[in-house]
Design a protein around this ligand. Structure first.
Ligand SMILES: [Ca+2]
Ligand SMILES: [Ca+2]
Length: 706
């Protein structure tokens, strides 16, 4: 027990317990008071005190013994003395110091994992035995939500019990300018009602080990320390202030690299570790923290928030080549399995220690849905950043053999609807701790449900707002701005209530059958509630950015059918950067030179043209021109051509159905300022032409960008 600025020790009588034969375990029959000379003379460590396990239904009376300043003479003149008063008090009252029996709380918050990525949630491509065992010994919740489909706001919600919109954190925190552009705060206001601070005030040792991402990243290097949010100790990654673990990378060939080295500016000490071992780094820091609290009979609240399974994916080097051969998902699954193995040590530590096993609640979930091509969400639609279920529904596993109902062990809760904001009031209830004065949580106390004693969900609706910078993402366009889950139903719509989609989520978790046209009353009722909720929250720049993104998305269209003389410039020009290009056309040339189609200029661009009677496909990248030149002269009459430039720069020219030339520009195409013309190349030329104007006729030019 660490007493800070308190001179009051609380003792509980064990008299009744002794009479009923309760198990009394004496550690030592005295306590040691050690004076921490440098800390102002008021911090004492009593270790180890005499402690015992409580016996149910026994109500020990408490008495307080004030330790007068004068009694500190025991401590002041010695580094360490036996505090003889204590055993005398114990003998006199036939009492022992009672352990603090408040339950410990461990929150494991995985990064970017899909709803169906644990084996116990249906993954058959990888195994997660450590998590699966927790679920077998605990409860798996299938209708649990996080409160945002992206990192930072989801973290704010689970940390505060409030909607992240209240704190103006509605997308991932990035560099200062980008935060401002999106209408975000630069970091979470430390005045937010942190679960950690409330538990600390209730006597808990509080530690954050892992990714933070609620302030202190990129160039935002003056954010508050994690310890200003109610944590006694912290160890984080590249997105948080203070002591951190930063990742080294290693390929299968043993090539070592470093990522996010710039984060050193956010605080030291820095320990460089293989990315594939960083979860162990957090676990290995958390275990001594828990051990110390346990020894001191202090309850603890510990966050283990790994970098895993967020991209980039760096599985252990010995698994790298095999995983990489299976592509992005292969790498992801290898990271998932490595993470699970590293959790095994944490769970084993708690499980194998009776004092912890019987009095610790472990919760495991993911901060948002999976990245496209990495994790999976089973039947759920959408990904990270979406308000569809795949973005916001997370698996939740709750474990606590001494805390959850016996008949709930190993069960699946498929019905209770609640969310991350509900965890704060629930865990405060578990700890019998109070919220800060005047705080109104958006979350509700669902402790009985977490402990398997009830199947009630939260009473109020759950509201969501999309990240301001995610109107079109992962191939989805015009994504809904807002969503609400009420009972079996979910409604999604835009900021103004338009384009409503209504799903009966319980029977249609994949959000396939939009019932909006059939249930007009329900749509109008839910839309009104959702808009009213959104009204009460501070706004971000989602509307403006969404409109811009819409325009861009229109320009990012994949297919164009163009005619000779067409000139697309500025925003109407195709967005070809980073994409493959396929040009299909036929023409009848009356000259030996001329441009069929060109986009870009002498720095970046691509063009199809005739030079000296031969057909040429040209690519400009960083001023360098690469050409695929047909070996034969064009015959007179109509020629049909398919020209392709792949995303890695490989070029192919097929003339009248026959491969006529190949080349390799060895680049990813970069967008040019110059526009696109059919039958000409204006402003700067892409190729080395003698003339740009095409003589003859070009039939339709089809362009395809992928
Ligand atoms: Ca995340
Ligand atoms: Ca040009």
């Amino acid at each position: 027990m660490v007493f800070e600025n308190h001179n009051t020790f609380t003792f509980y009588s064990a008299h009744a317990l002794l009479l009923v034969g309760g198990m009394v375990l004496f550690g030592e029959h005295f306590a040691v008071v050690r004076h921490h000379g440098s800390s102002g003379g008021k911090m004492f460590e009593v270790s180890p005190a005499v402690w015992f396990y409580s016996v149910e239904n026994t109500m020990p009376f408490a008495m307080s013994v004030s330790v007068m300043e004068s009694s500190l003479m025991f401590g002041y003149s010695h580094r360490s003395v036996i505090f003889r008063l204590l055993p005398l008090v114990l003998v006199a009252f036939c009492s022992v110091v009672r352990a603090d029996t408040k339950p410990n709380v461990v929150v494991v918050f995985i990064d970017d994992m899909g709803w169906a990525d644990f084996s116990c949630f249906g993954n058959t491509d990888a195994e997660t035995p450590a998590i699966d065992r927790l679920a077998r010994e605990g409860i798996a919740f299938e209708q649990f939500y996080v409160n945002s489909p992206i990192c930072s706001p989801s973290r704010v919600a689970i940390s505060t019990g409030q909607y992240p919109q209240r704190w103006r954190i509605t997308s991932y925190l990035a560099h200062r300018q980008l935060n401002e552009l999106r209408g975000l705060a630069q970091w979470l206001d430390p005045k937010a009602p942190m679960l950690a601070r409330s538990l600390k005030q209730a006597g808990y040792a509080t530690g954050h080990f892992g990714k933070w991402h609620m302030g202190g990243q990129r160039d935002v290097d003056e954010a508050p320390a994690i310890t200003e949010y109610g944590f006694d100790a912290s160890l984080t990654n590249f997105e948080g202030m203070g002591a951190k673990l930063l990742p080294l990378t290693k390929t299968g060939d043993g090539k070592v690299g470093k990522i996010w080295g710039d984060a050193v500016r956010l605080g030291e000490p820095v320990t460089w570790m293989q990315r594939s071992e960083i979860t162990s780094g957090f676990v290995d820091a958390a275990i001594p923290f828990m051990e110390k609290a346990k020894t001191a009979n202090q309850a603890f609240y510990v966050n283990i928030w790994p970098d895993d399974v967020h991209s980039p994916f760096w599985p252990p080097a010995e698994e790298y080549n095999v995983a990489k051969s299976k592509g992005k998902r292969g790498l992801y699954l290898a990271v998932l399995e490595a993470m699970d193995r590293q959790f095994a040590k944490l769970f084993g530590y708690i499980r194998e220690n009776p004092k912890l096993r019987d009095n610790t609640l472990v919760l495991v979930c993911s901060d948002n849905g999976c990245e496209l091509g990495a994790g999976q969400a089973g039947p759920l639609k959408g990904y990270k950043t979406h308000l569809f279920e795949g973005g916001i529904r997370s698996p939740l596993v709750v474990w606590g053999p001494g805390l959850i109902a016996d008949d709930a062990v190993g069960t699946r809760n498929t019905t209770s609807v609640f969310s991350a904001i509900d965890l704060t009031p629930s865990l405060l209830s578990l700890a019998k701790a109070k919220p800060p004065v005047g705080t109104i949580y958006d979350g509700e106390d669902v402790l009985d449900t977490l402990l398997g004693k009830s199947t009630a969900g939260r009473q109020a609706e759950i509201y969501f707002r999309r990240p301001p910078d995610r109107k079109n993402y992962y191939g989805f366009s015009q994504l809904p701005d807002l969503a609400v889950r009420q009972g079996a139903w979910k409604l999604l719509c835009d900021y103004d209530g338009s384009r409503a989609q209504l799903y009966h989520i319980e029977s249609d978790p994949g959000e396939e059958k939009n019932l909006a046209a059939e249930k007009l009353d329900l749509v109008s009722k839910l839309t009104a509630k959702l808009l009213a909720w959104n009204e009460t929250m501070p706004q971000d720049n989602g509307l403006e950015l969404g409109t811009q993104s819409e325009k861009k998305a229109r320009n990012s269209r994949k297919r164009y059918r163009l005619q000779q003389g067409d000139d697309l410039s500025g925003k109407s020009a195709p967005d070809y950067g980073g994409r493959s290009v396929t040009i299909t056309t036929s023409f009848d040339s009356k000259g030996s030179d001329g441009v069929i189609v060109a986009q870009g200029g002498d720095k970046q661009g691509y063009a199809l043209y005739i030079r000296g009677g031969k057909l040429v496909l040209g690519v400009r990248d960083a001023w360098k021109l690469t050409e695929a030149i047909a070996s034969e002269q064009l015959a007179s009459g109509i020629t049909t051509v398919t020209a392709t430039i792949s995303t890695n720069g490989k070029m192919e020219l097929v003339v009248n159905g026959k491969l006529a030339a190949t080349a390799d520009a060895r680049c990813v195409l970069a967008q040019a300022g110059d526009g696109l013309q059919v039958g000409d190349d204006k402003i700067k030329p892409v190729g080395n032409y003698t003339t740009t104007i095409f003589a003859g006729s070009i039939s339709e030019v089809k362009l395809k960008f992928d």
